[in-house]
Design a protein around this ligand. Structure first.
Ligand code: ZN
Length: 113
């Protein structure tokens, strides 16, 4: 199950510098919504559905696709990078998958007395 995440991460490490920076920003701003995470298929919507990213393992090889212009031409675009970051967070090996960024807390606040 870890394998697709590793492959995606390795591919992201080779991405274009501009895509990496933009992708990091997208991920940090919470723009990535993982739609499906069931290896060998991962799909995500990025930037409120502006781009749809798909990762898939075909014959042991990672394939990716994004609906943006760069993605359609086969580049590992910023949306792919953002999704890769999100997958890495989701499958983080640091043992605490439920740690969320501090931005936008939702729900449970203790009621102060
Ligand atoms: Zn894209």
């Amino acid at each position: 199950m870890q394998r697709i995440a590793d492959l995606i991460g390795a591919e992201a490490d080779r991405a274009d510098q501009a895509a990496l920076e933009h992708g990091d920003e997208l991920e940090k701003s919470g723009a990535v919504q993982l739609v499906r995470f069931s290896p060998p298929l991962v799909t995500a919507e990025v930037d409120e559905g502006a781009a749809c990213v798909e990762f898939r393992i075909v014959d042991g090889v990672l394939r990716w696709h994004c609906t943006c212009r760069d993605g359609r031409s086969g580049l590992f675009c910023a949306h792919c990078v953002a999704t890769a970051r999100s997958v890495r967070v989701r499958t983080g090996k640091k043992g605490s998958p439920d740690v969320r960024p501090q931005a936008a807390p939702t729900g449970t606040f203790p009621i102060a007395s």
